[in-house]
Design a protein around this ligand. Sequence first.
Ligand SMILES: [Zn+2]
Length: 103
Amino acid sequence: MLSVMKMRSIKHVPQRTCVACRRVKAKRELVRLVRTASGYVEVDPGGKKSGRGGYLCQVRDCWEKGLKGGRLEHVLRVKLSEDNREQLVKYGREMKDDDEGAS
Ligand SMILES: [Zn+2]
């Protein structure tokens, strides 16, 4: 009885899958990208914008893989313009190399 109540009190952590490495992580550890109505893909740090979204780890590798391998485009069903891709690649370069030792 007591243990059941304990389990129910554990806070549910929303999880999402990184489109590049397919790892499932807590939503707050991932960066959301959203396809706006105009077909432009933006970084959505707050995770609040409406539109089709995809998630990437806060890791440079995943951004490169997701952007250059076309996985993000596939998930968002969009064709990135060169401008747009460049902007996102640039954003990804600010990320750390890998997530070893994170969390
Ligand atoms: Zn990843």
